[in-house]
Design a protein around this ligand. Structure first.
Ligand code: ADP
Ligand code: MG
Length: 710
């Protein structure tokens, strides 16, 4: 079991466990575990010189301590030095604290000074036993992100131990000079132990060259590992599926429209990839309604005309069924045998579908991703289309891949991916972008309406429906509780049914059984329902051109991507489309910014960029589900130039200096292991658990306490 000791100094098993929680399993990880902030404990301020609002350290003796109960339970300690008295308050404390603060015992307290009711005070200062002659630190004190039960002092000592060894730079000095970046060793030592004269502001804003060096190295490691994954993939072989232009040509001829230039471009790229003897990993991105489905169908057809099978997977049953319902008729007309795998099917039906797939009697299979994991295998799977790929976990995608030889993969994302994200997290994929909408779309008019004017909105919905249109009513999102969400949807449905007796109203939500859901959607599409009350299950992919009005209740609770997706459900026909965003006042600052963005912008790429700015990549990518590691030091918006430089250097490294590439990845891979697993590319380097934190959440921690919040 035991391998070489990961640390160069003794680490108890208990400490090792806690360190591992922070992603630290070896010296190199400790060295790269950088402070959140620094504290200046190098000076003592006499109590009489303290000013409210100032951060300071005092050396003082306890005069008295007691637990007070008004206005709430707290520990109150009065301390003094030779020239003054200071109040100390702890709102959270243990009984042991009271024993600690014995009259006459000396401590050092550091914290922010405030003008309290009875004079100056500190609330929850840091404190340590210290006498007048206890030496003061001569450097700024780093405060590290940590985890429960792991104190700063222990962590600090561990980092110091790790720092005693020399730090070998992974990059040659002349490259650094060219890049204008400082040496790694200098940078790391400066960040862990900044000299007293260091500009703290620059350090804290992370614009200091030392931070830039770390951000660059992190980005370079990311680029190197993704580029390596790409190289590995292109060195694996799979069956080429050259364009035969039989089914594909027949399909495009049969379409009631011609492809847009952007669709044609994307299709050419995909078609060329499929003809290669290496597995395709291409991301097809385009704004809502840009027409990705047709392009995906063409990819499937190129596989089928080569005698292979294809699969179309979607994250939800509704979406999978939409694909099936839309594509199966025109494709069947071309002789393609389609199979439908659904959770709501009878067991026997599903078994029959799987049997057809396994026997090669079905050419194209539709279903949710979960279903494809379940059982069965394809006889000759050539192409897998994965819709909304960012919603799938890496593991899920791999599961499909293990069924038979490696198929070509086309991933579709309805959420446009900002350029910097595509360049970083998706660097191992090829990307096709559909950057134009089909002609004849009437732009959606967005209206922001206070919930106080709900009656006007109801009148508008009635008018639109009585004039032959249809509408969506999207219920508020209740993130905390699915049960409440469901309740809200049902209440909304009941209320609207009472208020709008002239309309035929339907309800769809996530808790309906798949066949019930499907029945409601079919009724809406057949215009047997005028107004569809829905939870955000309709967020993706639903396509009912006659629905030109959408009302979103409590729009202030929703994220930008979600609002954009929802709004994309209307504006699909020739009718003038309207999206009414009902909001409840007062708005939080963030909600106000979001509503302003969605009101002013319609371009999905620009909206995605704003979203990235507001939320950071972790949330944008759905980090938890996807297992993507986050960047800890680099900020994609701030560090675009570094990102570009890292991308170029990664190419240069891999082409001519594999030793440098290997050395650099070895240093960083410990904390960015899953890059090798991303996007379905199997990895050769064993992975570890994901990262504890990333730059945004860290910034949040920095504002709070030293304990890391997850
Ligand atoms: P999305 O990119 O959001 O998945 P879809 O593929 O669902 O978009 O397409 C949206 C709608 O646009 C569909 O009704 C589709 O038939 C239609 N469409 C796609 N391509 C074109 C085109 N070139 N011209 C006109 N309509 C198109
Ligand atoms: Mg779609």
């Amino acid at each position: 079991m035991k391998t070489a000791p990961p640390f160069s100094f003794p680490v108890s098993p208990a400490l090792a466990t806690k360190l591992a929680k922070l992603g630290i399993v070896r010296d190199a990880d400790l060295v790269l575990h950088l402070p959140l902030r620094w504290e200046d404990d190098t000076r003592i301020t006499p109590i009489r010189d303290l000013l409210p609002g100032q951060a300071a350290q005092v050396q003082a003796t306890v005069r008295e301590a007691h637990v007070a109960y008004r206005p709430r339970r707290m520990l109150t300690v009065t301390v003094e030095d030779s020239g003054g008295v200071l109040g100390i308050r702890f709102l959270n404390f243990y009984p042991s604290h009271l024993k600690l603060f014995q009259p006459g015992v000396s401590f050092r307290f550091s914290g922010e000074v405030r003008g309290g009711f009875l004079g100056l005070e500190m609330v929850h200062p840091r404190f340590a036993r210290a006498d007048d002659d206890t030496p003061l630190p001569t450097q700024l004190t780093p405060v590290y992100p940590t985890t429960a039960g792991l104190g700063q002092a222990t962590l600090r000592k561990a980092v110091e131990r790790a720092l005693t060894a020399p730090i070998v730079d992974t990059l040659p000095a002349d490259w650094l000079a060219e890049l204008g970046l400082p040496e790694l060793e200098t940078s790391l030592r400066l960040l862990h132990q900044p000299p007293l004269d260091c500009a703290l502001g620059e350090l804290e804003s992370r614009r200091h060259p030392a931070w830039q060096r770390l951000a660059f190295d992190e980005l370079l490691a990311q680029q190197l590992s993704l580029a390596t994954a790409r190289r590995q993939r292109t060195s694996r072989s799979t069956r080429p599926l050259p364009a035969r232009r039989q089914l594909t040509a027949a399909f495009t001829h049969a379409l009631p429209f011609s492809l847009t230039a952007a669709q044609t471009r994307a299709w050419r790229e995909i078609s060329a990839d499929l003809a290669q003897p290496h597995p395709m990993r291409r991301l097809l991105q385009g704004d809502v309604g840009s027409g990705k489905t047709v392009v995906a169908a063409l990819a499937c057809l190129q596989a089928i005309e080569n005698g292979f099978q294809a699969a179309v997977m979607a994250p939800t049953e509704i979406l999978a069924e939409q694909h099936y319902r839309k594509l199966a008729p025109p494709l069947s007309a071309l002789g393609v045998r389609c199979a439908w795998i659904s959770g709501s099917q009878k067991k026997s039906e599903r078994a029959a579908a799987w049997q057809a797939i396994a026997a090669g009697d079905a050419d194209l299979a539709f279903g949710t991703h979960a279903l494809f994991q379940e059982a069965g295998s394809f006889q000759r799977l050539g192409v897998a289309v994965v819709d909304e790929q960012h919603r799938f976990g890496v593991g899920q995608r791999l599961a499909l891949m293990q069924k038979g030889a490696e198929p070509h993969q086309l991933m579709m994302s309805a959420t446009p991916i900002p350029r910097t994200l595509a360049m970083s997290f998706f660097a191992d994929l090829d990307v096709s972008t559909i950057d134009e909408l089909p002609p004849g779309r009437s732009p959606v008019v967005t209206k922001l309406v206070s919930a106080a004017r709900r009656d006007d909105v109801l009148a508008r919905v009635t008018d639109a429906c009585l004039a032959g249109g249809q509408a969506y009513w999207v219920c508020p999102l209740i993130e905390e509780s699915e049960k409440l969400q469901l309740q809200t949807a049902q209440d909304t449905y009941t209320t609207l049914a009472e208020q709008l007796p002239d309309l035929r109203i339907g309800l769809v939500h996530g808790r309906l059984k798949p066949d019930e859901k499907q029945a409601v959607m079919a009724a809406f599409l057949a215009h047997e329902v005028d107004l569809l009350v829905a939870t955000t299950v309709i967020e993706v992919g639903v396509d009912v051109p006659n629905a030109a009005l959408m009302v979103i209740e409590h729009a202030e609770r929703m994220g930008l991507a979600q609002l954009h997706q929802l709004r994309g459900r209307v504006g699909r026909g020739s009718r003038e489309s309207v999206c009414v965003l009902l909001y409840e006042s007062p708005l939080s600052e963030l909600a106000r910014v979001r509503l302003k963005v969605i009101f002013e912008l319609t371009d999905g790429f620009e909206i995605a960029r704003r979203d990235l700015l507001l939320r950071g990549p972790g949330e944008l990518l759905g980090h938890r589900q996807s297992g993507l590691p986050m960047l800890r030091f680099a900020d994609l918006e701030r560090d675009v130039a570094l990102l570009e430089a890292a991308r170029d250097l990664a190419q240069r490294c891999l082409a001519g200096h594999p030793d440098i590439a290997a050395r650099h990845m070895e240093r960083w891979i410990g904390i960015m292991p899953t890059f090798h697993m991303m996007n379905g590319s199997p990895c050769s380097i064993p992975g570890r658990a994901g990262l504890p934190t990333h730059s945004r959440s860290r910034a949040r921690c920095a504002a709070g306490s030293a304990t890391m919040v997850r």
